[in-house]
Structures are given as structure tokens and as C-alpha cells.
Design a protein around this ligand. Structure first.
Ligand SMILES: Nc1ncnc2c1ncn2[C@@H]1O[C@H](COP(=O)(O)OP(=O)(O)OP(=O)(O)O)[C@@H](O)[C@H]1O
Ligand SMILES: [Mg+2]
Length: 504
């Protein structure tokens, strides 16, 4: 709880333990075995930030974080702790925080989308598990799209863009490099798999404006809760999405100096999923962003079962630590406990390693950074109880919150503006039309040529036939003439004969 301008989050035998606001952007880690109280610790920290006016973003794996939106209440457990800490229960102000729900699949909250372009080739390649060659081709495809002003917004844009690059591979060879059809085929198959994982819904417009996460209502920081129960079944989509969010915030937020309180705090539950099967290049990128984002006033808190789930470089940046109980059944577990204990500045009053194994639910070893940024000596503490409800809310409560949200309606409807897909289709249609016109023109010319030839042939034929008929005519005339002459001659001879006969 935010009390006397302090982030009061735990209580040890020596008294209240505060998270120093100025140091809250130096990141943190909440670790512990299952059921030891990690989620409630996250809730306590987040609602304390909210009370202080700091907005937060958190991924809700099991739906139990949604309770932060409702008023909590006294329980035997809380009464006992209040008595122990000499807190007057009548002064406790139980209340929920302003909450907005998000859901990549758009089912339990406002949809959260981004464009293919904003996600970038590197993150996308990781999302699809592409090898080096395929990643190279994807990067090159992004570059060509940019150079040719073909916006890559959704998955159909990227699918057609890849096809376009493959079909024009020869043209791009010298400027951009080789594009093998086999690699493009592999990327297309990976895209299909991603679409089946729900990627289709995630890429598109309106793309999410991260400044919507940085809001306060009535002086309280808005708790932005991502419904991740379905998303966490797709670890690649989950981790890539969170990486995109961090990168986007990093890119857009201005650099700020030291502040009394962070601008915003991220809580990444099941943080081990962020680093599972991650290439060295991407782990380096996550590490770099986490390191740099601090200067923008953003705190990042990882929640995981064991500190060893996180890469050394990230772990080293988590100055604020809450270690719940760990179990040590196997030699591997024992090694993890030892490693976890060694990350703390020892307290001569107890043996850290043994203490980790003996902590009860809601108890933890706590070490926050002091005013100078140095880790405080580890303390055995009890985490405060939340003033909001512990556990999930009902579907009706969720629907009511979604309907009343200030950004309700902003992202709900997908807008499919003209982008690479439409432009390439247009280009292809224009090319087809041109080809069809050229073909039609060619056919027309051929027909005209054929007709001209035919006419010529006919003229020639006509001329020939007229020549032959006149020849025939003169022959007929000759024959007729001869016949007439012969006939005349015969008649004359006959007449002469008859006359002679008569004279005699
Ligand atoms: N600080 C606390 N104040 C009050 N109750 C608590 C506190 N911490 C834990 N509890 C109780 O313990 C239960 C389990 O805690 P929580 O859900 O936080 O464990 P977890 O470590 O997140 O478990 P999992 O790994 O299964 O997610 C809570 O439902 C709550 O009843
Ligand atoms: Mg939990």
C-alpha cells in the first residue's frame, strides 16, 4: 500500500519494508516455487504503484490477477497479519484499481495488435523459428517492401510480398542478394503455422498505441492486464509480443532523468518463457532493451519459479528482489537454491540458503535497492496483503469493465487499408491487363494482316479469272465465227448448187 508517500510492500521483524520509488525503475525479480505467493506479491506491488499514480502492464496467466479491479476485504489471514504488524484494520481502505483488459485474440479485452512492419524482421523470424538464411531473406523482403513503398501491415501482405520477391528474384539479385525459392517456401509454411497459432489476429490495424498504457484515472495508475491464459499456450507468440511491446515503448518514450517514481512498470509473469530456446542475438537484444529502458523511467519485474530461469545478464539488472520459498527435491533444485541464495547480500542473522527452504506462503526473502542504488541486506519478510480482491473475477464483472473502458471501441474493429497485398494485386492486375491488351493488339494486327493478305489473294484471283474468261470469250468467238463462216459457206455452196441445178 502507498502510505506516507512510500511504497510499503512487506514487513519484517524490524518493521516496514519499502520499495524506494526512485529505484523502482532498476527492475526486479519475484521468484518462488508454485503456490508460494508470487502472484499476490505482484498484485501487492502493482496496486501500490497504482495508488501512487504509476500505471502498470501485466500479463495474467491464470486469470487470477483480474481481482485487482475489485475491492478486497478482511480475512482471518489478513487480520492475523495486521495484529502482528500493529496495523489498525479499521483504517484499512480496501479498494480495487482502475483496470483495462487486453487480449491479443480480442476475446477477454481490447484487442492488441501491431503491424508486421512494426514487429520487424528479427522478432518475426524468431517467432517463426527461422534459420539464418531464411531470416536473411525475410530481412531482405522487408527492405524491398520499404524501398518500393509497399506497407507490410497484416499477414496477407507479408505472404504476397514474399511471393512477389520470389517471382522477381532475378531483378533483386544484384542489389539485395540471392532469394532461394526453397527458403521462401519454408517461410511461407512457417507463416501458415503462425496463422494457425492465432497470429492472423495479432497483425493488423488499428495498431496499438502504447501511450494508451500510460494513463491514470482519478490520480491512480491504470492497471493494464493482458489476458494471457490462451496466449501462454503459444510461448513464441507470448514472448515475441512482450518483446515487441518493450521495444515499442523504448522507441517511443522520451529519455528522462531520475524521477521520484517510475513512469510505468511492467510485470512479466512466467518470465522463463521469454528466454526459452532464444537465439543469442535475441537474448542480447532483450538484455539491451531491459538495460536501456531504465533511463526512460520504465521498471521491468520478472516473475519466475527460479532465478536460474533468467539469463545472467538480465538477472544482474534486477536490483529489487523478492524470493519466495523454493523446494529442493533434486540435486538440480539444491543447486538452484544455492544460486538464488548467493544473489543476496547476506544477513548475519540467518542462513539465506536454509531460509529459502523454510519460508511459508506469502513470506519471502526481500532485498530492495537503497537510496544509493546498492542492494540492501536480505531480510526475512512477510509480503503485505492486497487491498484489492485476491483471485479471479466473474465474466460479468469483466464485461462491465470492458464496456466502461475509456478506450472501448478504439481497437475493436479491424481496418484493412490499402497495403502491400492490395498494391501487388493491383500491379499484377495492371500487368495482366497490359499483357491481355498487348495480346489483343497482336491478335488484331495478325487478323488485319491476314485480311490484307486474303484481299490481295482475292484481287489476284479475280484478275486471273477475268483474264481467263476473256481468253475463253475470244476462243468462243473464234469458234463461233468459224462455225458461222462455215455455216454461211455451206449455205452459200448449197444455194449455188441448187441454182445451177434449176438452170439445167
Ligand atoms: N501476501 C499475501 N497475502 C495474503 N494471502 C496470500 C499472500 N500471498 C499468498 N497468499 C495466499 O496464497 C495463495 C497462493 O498464492 P499465489 O497465487 O500468489 O501463488 P503463486 O506463487 O503465484 O502460485 P503459482 O506458481 O501456482 O502461480 C493465494 O491465493 C493467497 O490465498
Ligand atoms: Mg501465480
Amino acid at each position: 500500500m502507498y502510505k506516507d508517500q512510500q511504497l510499503y510492500v512487506a514487513h519484517s521483524a524490524e518493521g516496514a519494508i519499502h520499495l524506494i520509488g526512485k529505484m523502482a525503475n532498476r527492475h526486479g525479480l519475484i521468484a518462488g516455487a508454485t503456490g508460494t505467493g508470487k502472484t499476490v506479491t505482484l498484485q501487492v506491488l502493482a496496486e501500490t504503484f497504482s495508488q501512487a499514480g504509476v500505471p502498470c502492464f501485466m500479463a495474467d496467466m491464470k486469470g487470477d490477477l483480474s481481482g485487482i479491479s475489485q475491492t478486497g476485504g478482511l480475512s482471518k489471514f489478513i487480520e492475523k497479519r495486521c495484529a502482528e504488524w500493529k496495523l489498525d484494520t479499521t483504517t484499512l481502505k480496501f479498494e480495487g484499481c482502475p483496470v483495462r483488459f487486453y487480449d491479443v485474440f480480442g476475446e477477454q479485452g481490447h484487442p492488441m495488435r501491431t503491424t508486421i512492419e512494426k514487429m520487424g524482421a528479427l522478432l518475426l523470424a524468431r517467432l517463426m523459428d527461422l534459420n539464418e538464411t531464411q531470416t536473411g531473406i525475410l530481412t531482405l523482403t522487408f527492405r524491398i517492401a520499404k524501398d518500393e513503398k509497399l506497407p507490410l501491415i497484416d499477414m496477407k501482405d507479408l505472404r504476397l510480398m514474399l511471393d512477389y520477391v520470389a517471382k522477381n528474384a532475378k531483378r533483386y539479385e544484384t542489389t539485395y542478394g540471392n532469394v532461394s525459392a526453397a527458403s521462401v517456401g519454408a517461410i511461407q509454411r512457417a507463416l501458415l503455422a503462425l496463422a494457425e497459432q492465432g497470429g492472423e489476429a495479432f497483425f493488423g490495424e488499428p495498431s496499438f498505441d502504447i501511450f494508451d498504457l500510460l494513463q491514470t484515472e482519478g490520480g491512480r495508475g491504470v492497471m493494464n492486464i493482458l489476458a494471457a491464459d490462451k496466449l501462454m499456450l503459444q510461448p513464441k507468440l507470448y514472448s515475441t509480443f512482450l518483446m515487441w511491446l518493450l521495444t515499442e515503448i523504448y522507441d517511443k518514450m522520451p529519455e528522462i532523468g531520475d524521477m521520484e517514481l517510475p513512469k510505468m512498470v511492467f510485470f512479466f509473469d512466467e518470465a522463463h518463457m521469454l528466454f526459452k530456446d532464444t537465439s543469442k542475438a535475441l537474448t542480447d537484444k532483450i538484455e539491451q532493451i531491459v538495460r536501456l529502458i531504465r533511463s526512460k523511467g520504465i521498471g521491468v519485474y520478472f516473475i519466475s519459479q527460479s532465478p536460474s530461469d533468467l539469463p545472467e545478464a538480465i538477472l544482474g539488472q534486477c536490483g529489487n528482489r523478492v524470493q519466495h520459498a523454493l523446494r529442493a527435491f533434486t540435486p538440480k533444485d539444491q543447486a538452484a537454491v544455492k544460486a538464488a541464495a548467493q544473489t543476496f547480500r547476506p544477513n548475519p542473522a540467518f542462513d539465506t540458503e536454509r531460509e529459502i527452504l523454510e519460508l511459508g506462503t506469502g513470506e519471502a526473502l526481500v532485498s530492495f535497492l537503497d537510496e544509493k542504488g546498492a542492494p540492501a541486506m536480505v531480510q526475512r519478510a512477510k509480503i503485505l496483503f492486497p487491498l484489492s480482491q485476491i483471485g479471479a473475477i466473474t465474466d460479468e464483472q469483466r464485461s462491465a469493465i470492458n464496456a466502461a473502458s475509456r478506450i472501448s471501441g478504439k481497437y475493436e474493429t479491424v481496418v484493412d487499408r490499402e497495403s502491400a497485398f492490395e498494391q501487388i494485386v493491383k500491379q499484377r492486375e495492371a500487368a495482366e491487363k497490359q499483357a491481355a491488351e498487348a495480346k489483343a493488339k497482336e491478335a488484331e494486327e495478325k487478323e488485319a494482316a491476314r485480311k490484307a493478305k486474303e484481299e490481295e489473294r482475292q484481287t489476284k484471283a479475280a484478275a486471273k479469272s477475268s483474264r481467263s474468261s476473256s481468253r475463253k470469250k475470244s476462243l468462243f468467238a473464234t469458234v463461233l465465227g468459224t462455225a458461222v463462216t462455215y455455216f454461211a459457206k455451206t449455205v452459200a455452196t448449197q444455194l449455188a448448187r441448187n441454182l445451177t441445178k434449176k438452170k439445167r
